[in-house]
Ligand binder design. Structure first.
Ligand SMILES: Cc1ncc(COP(=O)(O)O)c(C=O)c1O
Length: 390
């Protein structure tokens, strides 16, 4: 086992700063106290900054309210859909990976769902969305950065289609918000959601929604799940609380993390994430590997998650040799999900990593592949990474 520090490169949870970790050890307080309300407000202000200033030029976009939820992003996905469809309705769900499929499954519990579906890792043609969305569509759901495949889906183009038919547009920005551009107004997003444990670099367990004023008018709190009644969440958020008991330590840690994001500034943070993602992509290609997906049309590679095909000799059951080699170097990368298990590996550059973490990730993957008998050009990979990181 390596004696270097543990490096977590999974696409969530991601490494958390000492300050954010330490904040969780502070003495417990009531979730109805003024002290807690101050924590909620700090986290909410930071989240509103992130949701509305995720542009390269620092321009703000979108007006609405950030809500903190006592649950991970799947809860936020369900809250968004269930409050918008009430006791039924029509949802068009875009599916090209695990999380797009999850959105469709969540929506199926509450509404009638039409899927616009392609193979995981393929790009969804906007023409297919145009054909599926009609004036009878209440909600369109999509995932921006599809964590399972490393694709950045075309939110702007799909948002234009949703708006043309006056459908509410709900976007999962779990692995993009806080790390990449996200333009609420320009992309016609009505509800956006993210998780604490991804690009915001806070611990897992809580998530956030950004609800625009346009979305709020459409909420049907009475028919939404009791715990996720967003009308009620909005009312209690006015006094900086959640309707039920809040996860006090997690909210404290999130407040610290989003303040650090605001200190860095979103334009700089977006540029850093884009640089590191391209360093990973170019390094792995120079190593002789193939990126898993090949985006088409307005779809792009994710700037936060990179998915790479495993060479034949370390795929399927043999993939364990590669992942063991990575773990032996005290680094963690993720495998593929569902049928992509044993076919790909995924690395994240979300949060507060630095260039040395990217270099170590590249070197570790190269060394683990070499140990597993793959002819990986680690030198060329490091040169390619350096060209980006310089
Ligand atoms: C894009 C995306 N959406 C939703 C989720 C759901 O998060 P959770 O399973 O933590 O609820 C994840 C988790 O990785 C994700 O990457």
């Amino acid at each position: 086992m390596s004696d270097e520090d543990f490096l977590l490169l999974d696409p969530g949870p991601v490494p958390v700063s000492d300050a954010a970790l330490e904040s969780m050890a502070e003495p417990m307080i009531s979730h109805r106290s003024a002290e807690f309300e101050a924590v909620y407000e700090r986290a909410q202000d930071g989240l509103e900054y992130v949701f509305t200033t995720s542009t390269l030029d620092g321009e703000t976009t979108g007006s609405g309210t950030a809500l903190l939820l006592d649950g991970t992003a799947t809860m936020a996905m369900e809250a968004a859909v269930a409050n918008l469809v009430g006791s039924g309705g029509n949802v068009v769900a875009l599916v090209n990976g695990t999380y797009g499929r999850r959105f469709a499954r969540v929506a199926e519990r509450h509404a009638s769902v039409t899927r616009v579906e392609v193979e995981w890792g393929e790009s969804i043609p906007v023409a297919d969305v145009e054909a599926a969305v009609t004036d009878a569509t209440d909600v369109v759901t999509m995932v921006h950065s599809e964590t399972s495949t490393g694709l950045l889906n075309p939110v702007s183009e799909v948002g234009a289609v949703a708006r043309e038919h006056d459908a509410a547009f709900v976007v999962d920005g779990v692995t993009s918000v806080g790390g990449d551009a996200f333009e609420i107004d320009e992309w016609h997003v009505d509800v956006a959601l993210t998780d604490a444990s991804k690009s915001l670099a806070a611990p897992p367990g809580v998530s956030a929604l950004f609800v625009t004023d346009r979305a709020v008018e459409r909420f049907d709190g009475e028919r939404a799940p009791f715990y996720e009644d967003l009308d009620r969440h909005l009312r209690t958020a006015e006094r900086h609380q959640t309707p039920f008991t809040s996860a006090v330590p997690l909210f404290r840690s999130l407040a610290v993390a989003v303040e650090a994001v605001a200190d860095e500034g979103m334009p700089e943070r977006i540029r850093r994430h884009r640089t590191y993602a391209s360093a990973f992509r170019e390094a792995f290609e120079a190593m002789g590997l193939d990126l898993f997906a090949d985006p088409d049309g307005p779809t792009r590679y994710s700037n936060t998650v990179t998915a790479v095909s495993l060479p034949e000799a370390v795929s399927g059951d043999d993939a364990a040799d590669f992942f063991d080699g990575v773990a032996a170097r005290n680094v963690s990368v993720a495998g593929g999900q569902a049928h992509l298990d044993g076919r790909i590996f995924r690395v994240s550059n979300m949060g507060d990593l630095d260039g040395d973490d990217v270099r170590r990730g590249v070197e570790t993957v190269g060394a683990a592949l070499t140990d597993a008998g793959i002819d990986a050009d680690v030198e060329a990979a490091l040169v390619a990474a350096e060209e980006r990181l310089d």
